[in-house]
Ligand binder design. Structure first.
Ligand SMILES: [Zn+2]
Length: 705
């Protein structure tokens, strides 16, 4: 893959050459044509024919970007504890000089300036950039000459230093890694490296064993120490380790005989996620054309050691974050909250609607909060240097059992630090069937009837977290057949569905629900899903679309089905438009079910229960049960949730009532005459059969007026 990277770079370079007019347009075009015929790059051909030489090109870049160039640069061995080689390779830059507070970096294409800026932020150093010949960069990418022989003396010194010290520190073991790569890559001193690698490996294994005996200590110690020094280093380490794992996966994949141990399995998953998130192709050392054995060894040796280094340096944070994510997925929770307070920090999982603190992570998260946040931001491909503004991202994660899970990450800066909420978007829960939504038989029939019509507007209402999108996705699954064109505008796109074109709304660039909807109408759709109707414009376009042969589904923030009508009117829609466009409104809540393992019957003779039963017309023989809390339900008394709905069918009579501007209570009365049941009424069946506790019912279900 590194060769592809080089090909891309060459394309970029020829693009620059053309743009800056370093080669005359007609000459360039002639070469471009020829290159295409010959299956080579324009860049190579221009150089070969002498249309331009490297010095002319660098001079041109240098003038344009006001950055010096160096035709004969001498790359240095980067000090790896501050500077991952993988960063160089991925961003096509090479370190040239390290002056302590500043660093000189070589690049061949101006697009690398951005990554150098990031590097500066990461290292907390000033970065001076220089244009250098592309060949030097290409060689670095191919991992041939990132270290030069002039650095051998320095490398030797480092090696002696390492061997001399009996107790190694993290950064020193890193240096040794670098050293090994150095020696083996040069391929000229086979004796020493072979010996050293095994020695190193043993040493680090020993250290690992030590750690295992005392996990809590090491888990807390390593990041803490670094934090005290400087948080920048910490973040950098994290980034590096992420990159390292990344590399490890890449190398581990093609050749199966790698030494990645069983314990590193979860890390590999994350590496995959990282690669996905970054949308990067692996750079496999195997793609090197080299056939000599020393070089093969070179590809393997650093990797073996990296395994250990990753475990030592940041394996703690990396592993714990991975454990948190894995646990959340395997226990089926919907959200992970990572939050910091004045004295402490905590992780909470939201399962079955309630948040539960995960006390076993408390100590860890309290001591390594910034590292955990940074780790998650890296995984989500967010800007780790940005700590003042909210950020959103996504992590694609492959769980151990192979199920694909997407995490939606929201980072919110608070006065004490960044708070993270991770929403787990489990694609498997997408297989929602309408029958699983929890409608009554009659409601399901009415809903199916409405969504099978060729036109009309169907609204699902309810507060945030009431399962509106689940209902809509259920409808989509029902409607998704090969012969219809379905377009959706969502914020965010929660689940990707095959056969449906989904558009992510982005208000920041002007792609609003309204503008997406307007474009949809030119795309000949049968069915349109609009994530939410928030404003008059969207309401207007949606209702007009619903009257012109489209089935429109959307959500609205109202408490009741009837409330949707007045909301639309209040948004400025004329009542006649509302009445004729609207075909059905669902209002819903999600209600927690009693834990089956520990639910017991409630004493119906107490004053409160008697009062409740009287007020709500609950029949005397109702079961009324309540979970008292057990191990299975984490002592919450609840397990699982189900939907409670009210479904308002806009009949001809209701249409007339709406367009004549009647008020809510008149419309409700009419609807009830036609068999409409409120949420409160349809939820009572769960009280009566003991599925739902009185407390939960009162908490979730709005009282009828
Ligand atoms: Zn229980």
């Amino acid at each position: 893959m590194s060769r592809d990277q080089i090909a891309d770079l060459k394309d970029d370079l020829s693009g620059q050459i053309k743009e800056l007019g370093l080669v005359k347009a007609d000459v360039y075009d002639k070469h471009a044509k020829q290159a295409a015929n010959m299956g080579t790059t324009v860049f190579d051909l221009l150089l070969k024919d002498g249309a331009i030489n490297v010095e002319q090109m660098l001079t041109g870049f240098s003038k344009k970007y006001n950055i010096p160039f160096d035709i004969k640069p001498e790359p240095i061995v980067p000090e790896i504890e501050k500077f991952p080689v993988s960063f160089c390779l991925k961003n096509a830059v090479v370190p040239l000089k390290d002056n302590g507070k500043s660093m000189e970096m070589g690049m061949c294409h101006p697009s690398a300036l951005n990554s150098l800026k990031n590097l500066g932020l990461m290292l907390g150093k000033k970065i001076d950039a220089k244009f250098i010949p592309p060949e030097v960069i290409f060689e670095s990418i191919l991992q041939k000459h990132i270290h030069t022989t002039s650095d051998m003396e320095k490398a030797k010194l480092l090696k002696q230093e390492n061997i001399a010290k009996s107790k190694k520190t993290v950064s020193q073991s890193n240096k040794t890694v670098e050293l090994k790569m150095e020696n083996v890559v040069s391929g000229k001193k086979p004796a020493a490296p072979a010996l050293d690698i095994s020695k190193l490996k043993k040493d680090s294994e020993k250290k690992k064993e030590k750690e295992e005996q005392n996990i809590p200590m090491s888990v807390l110690d390593v990041p803490k120490k670094e934090e005290e020094k400087t948080p920048e280093v910490n973040i950098e380490e994290l980034k590096k380790s992420a990159a390292k794992i990344d590399e490890r996966k890449k190398t581990a994949e093609p050749s199966k005989e790698k030494s990645s141990s069983a314990s590193s399995a979860p890390k590999l998953d994350l590496a995959g996620a990282l690669a996905k998130a970054k949308n990067e192709e692996p750079t496999a050392p195997e793609s090197e054309p080299a056939k000599e054995t020393p070089k093969k060894a070179a590809a393997k040796a650093p990797e073996v050691i990296e395994d250990d280094v990753a475990g030592e340096v940041t394996g703690d944070v990396v592993n714990v974050v991975d454990e948190i994510l894995s646990e959340a997925v395997s226990t089926g929770v919907s959200d992970i909250h990572i939050e910091i307070f004045k004295e402490t920090a905590q992780i909470r999982f939201r399962g079955n609607g309630s948040l539960l603190a995960q006390s076993k992570y408390r100590k860890f998260i309290s001591t390594s909060y910034p590292a955990v946040v940074a780790r998650i931001k890296i995984l989500a491909n967010l800007d780790i240097a940005e700590r003042r503004l909210p950020q959103d991202g996504k992590i694609s994660y492959v769980a151990k059992d192979g199920t694909e899970v997407d995490f939606r990450i929201s980072v919110l800066p608070t006065n004490l630090g960044e708070r993270i909420v991770i929403r787990i978007l489990n694609s498997s829960s997408l297989a929602v069937t309408l029958s699983a939504i929890g409608f009554t038989e009659k409601q399901e029939e009415e809903f199916l009837q409405a969504i099978s019509m060729p036109q009309g507007m169907i609204l699902v209402t309810g507060p945030t977290g009431s399962g509106k999108s689940t209902t809509l996705y259920g409808a989509m699954n029902q409607l998704n057949t090969p012969d219809v064109n379905i377009l959706t505008a969502e914020d965010p796109v929660e689940y990707t569905m095959s056969g449906i074109s989904q558009v992510q709304v982005r208000e920041d660039i002007g792609l609003t629900f309204a503008s997406a909807l307007r474009s949809f109408l030119r795309q000949d759709p049968e069915i349109i899903l609009v994530g939410e109707i928030r404003d008059a414009e969207t309401a207007d376009i949606a209702s007009k679309a619903a009257l012109t042969g489209h089935l429109v589904l959307s959500t609205l923030h109202t408490n009741s089905a009837i409330g949707a009508i007045s909301r639309l009117v209040n948004m400025g829609l004329p009542p006649y438009l509302v009445s004729s466009a609207l075909s059905l409104v669902v209002a819903q809540r999600l209600i927690r079910k009693n834990c089956e393992k520990c639910s017991v019957e409630v004493d119906k003779t107490t004053k409160e229960i008697k009062k409740f039963m009287g007020e709500y017309n609950i029949p005397e023989d109702a079961k009324l049960m309540k979970g008292k809390g057990c191990k299975a339900c984490n002592n919450t008394g609840y397990s699982g949730r189900r939907g409670v709905h009210e479904v308002l069918v806009v009949t001809a009579e209701l249409e007339a009532a709406i367009s004549s501007g009647q008020n809510e209570s008149a419309i409700l009365k009419l609807a009830e005459e036609q068999g409409f049941k409120t949420i409160s009424e349809s939820g009572q069946r769960f009280l009566i059969d003991g599925t739902v506790s009185v407390e939960e019912y009162l908490r979730v279900i709005p009282k009828d007026e």
